[in-house]
Design a protein around this ligand. Structure first.
Ligand SMILES: Cc1cc2nc3c(=O)[nH]c(=O)nc-3n(C[C@H](O)[C@H](O)[C@H](O)COP(=O)(O)OP(=O)(O)OC[C@H]3O[C@@H](n4cnc5c(N)ncnc54)[C@H](O)[C@@H]3O)c2cc1C
Length: 466
């Protein structure tokens, strides 16, 4: 008996439900990854993310070899490739882990139907979230639209344990394409590759679980100059680390969380894992939010169509040091600190009044961890048009700089032009032009008034500046 295991964004052996369940049957396992031309030509693709994918596939293939298995690489339309493989191996079943993205849902249903027509069983496993979309519902059986009550329900539920890693596999040796390079896929990037693969992801998790990191999370997580967050996002995005494994690590940390302070840090980190689930959940129930605001009343919000302003924001030449440093971090490294993602997104939507969809697309084209649900969720939150819309929060980029990078070390790291600028010069922006740095492109005070007027014309939400 042979089972096909189809890898997509679950590039690991450990804590992989589809693989573990296939192995448990005792069947020979043929594992495959398909380069799907329909994905490679999408506009929201980032070469740095594809490089991370390629490197992770290299590691996965090697890890398969170590346990007597093989990762077969193919290119083409998944329906055709998988049906060919099923014929070649006389497979009796196809196993894969579910995805909640609209594009993936359509593709998976096509595959499912094609296999059903051939009389081949399909097993779809819940992998991508700690709790699948239908597990966390209100008392009336409806989905939540606000994070607070979702979190309380979510955190109170028993959590699934990680699936065991197979130690030995039986497989059917097949011909496989060589792993392509980024150039062979027609892409290139100046952003340096980010260390990829399951082994690196697990090591990163272990490192972050050291007390000096995880029990300092609350105080460090908002300081972009510090290494205060886990940096697991590319691994969770590509599935080189499983979410149950991450949760289990937090359970093991409970033994060391002997003070209220330690427990509070652990809870703060768990809450971020819940945000990850929540945004996937929201996308699963509201696939239309891919390009429409969750709050439908803002569908026709009068954004400005100013390409020059948008380009200045993309290049990090707004004249606001924290915004520009953050955009430099994104452009040069493919990652951006969460605090800065909120600041630059707020600046684009509320200071430049440019459509959040343009910002989300730019992020998706640059981020190594670019993830549809988290990106859309983060952008709609920043535009105050998504879930949890109240109050209307407007970030003042200079106040944010003073609070979260008070000595300017993050700004100076990413904006070498400002290396010699004193913290107080950074805070005022007045004299920064003498370092050949642009003057603020817009007046924050004026622009936020303009945004508030347009926004409040569509709703009466109290506003807060921070
Ligand atoms: C405008 C905007 C766009 C964003 N786009 C993305 C994106 O494309 N991909 C992405 O993974 N995250 C995105 N985020 C969320 C967040 O910024 C990153 O997940 C986080 O910075 C990753 O760093 P970390 O792994 O060190 O996080 P940690 O703080 O260590 O958190 C652990 C994990 O929890 C998840 N997580 C943390 N914060 C959030 C959040 N607010 N929403 C959803 N999941 C979260 C991530 O998987 C993260 O790896 C976005 C946020 C904003 C405001």
């Amino acid at each position: 008996m042979t089972i096909l295991v189809w890898h997509r964004r679950d590039l690991r052996l450990q804590d992989n439900p589809a693989l573990a369940q296939a192995v448990q049957t005792g069947a020979a396992v043929v594992s495959v990854f398909i380069f799907d031309s329909a994905i490679l030509t999408l506009t929201d693709i980032a070469p740095i993310r594809v490089q991370f994918l390629l490197d992770s596939l290299g590691v996965l293939a090697e890890n398969y070899r170590r346990i007597g298995g093989q990762l077969v690489l193919r290119q083409g339309d998944p329906v055709a490739v998988l049906l060919d493989l099923a014929r070649e191996t006389q497979a009796t079943a196809l196993y894969f882990n579910e995805d909640i993205e609209p594009f993936a849902q359509v593709r998976d249903q096509r595959v499912h139907t094609a296999f059903q027509e051939q009389g081949i069983a399909v097993q779809r496993c819940c992998e991508i979230m700690l709790h699948g979309p239908d597990e966390v519902l209100t008392g009336q059986g409806k989905s939540y639209g606000v994070f607070g009550p979702y979190w309380r329900n979510w955190v109170s539920r028993p959590k699934p344990k990680p699936y065991p890693k197979p130690h030995r596999l039986t497989t059917v040796e097949l011909t496989s394409q060589p792993l392509p390079t980024l150039a062979q896929l027609g892409m290139s990037t100046d952003q340096p590759p980010v260390d990829a693969g399951e082994d690196v992801g697990l090591a990163r998790l272990e490192e972050f679980c050291q007390p000096e990191y995880c029990f300092q999370y609350s105080s460090q997580r908002n300081l972009p100059a510090e290494d205060g967050t886990s940096r697991l996002s590319p691994h969770l995005r590509m599935g080189t680390v499983g979410i149950r494994t991450v949760w289990q690590a937090t359970v093991e940390l409970e033994a060391d969380a002997y003070s209220d302070e330690r427990l509070e840090n652990l809870t703060a980190w768990r809450q971020e894992l819940c945000w990850r689930d929540f945004y996937k959940y929201t996308l699963a129930y509201h696939p239309e939010t891919v390009d429409q605001p969750y709050q439908r009343k803002y569908s026709d919000f009068a954004f400005n169509d100013n390409e020059e302003h948008f380009e200045q924001w993309c290049r990090g030449e707004t004249g606001y040091p924290l915004v520009d440093a953050a955009m430099a971090q994104l452009n040069h490294s493919g990652w951006m600190h969460n605090r800065c993602r909120m600041v630059v997104a707020s600046f684009l939507c509320k200071d430049l009044l440019i459509d959040w969809r343009k910002g989300a697309l730019y992020f998706a084209q640059k981020l190594v961890d670019g993830d549809l649900a988290a990106n859309i969720g983060g952008w709609q939150w920043s535009a105050s048009m998504g879930t949890d819309p109240k109050p209307l929060r407007i970030f003042n980029p200079q106040t944010q700089l003073a609070r979260f990078d008070p000595d300017g070390s993050y700004v100076r790291r990413w904006l070498p032009r400002l290396t010699r600028a004193e913290p107080k010069e950074l805070m005022t922006t007045q004299n920064l032009h003498r370092y050949d740095y642009p003057r603020p492109m817009v007046d924050h005070k004026q622009q936020q008034e303009l945004f508030k007027r347009r926004f409040q014309a569509q709703s009466q939400v109290k506003s807060v500046e921070s």
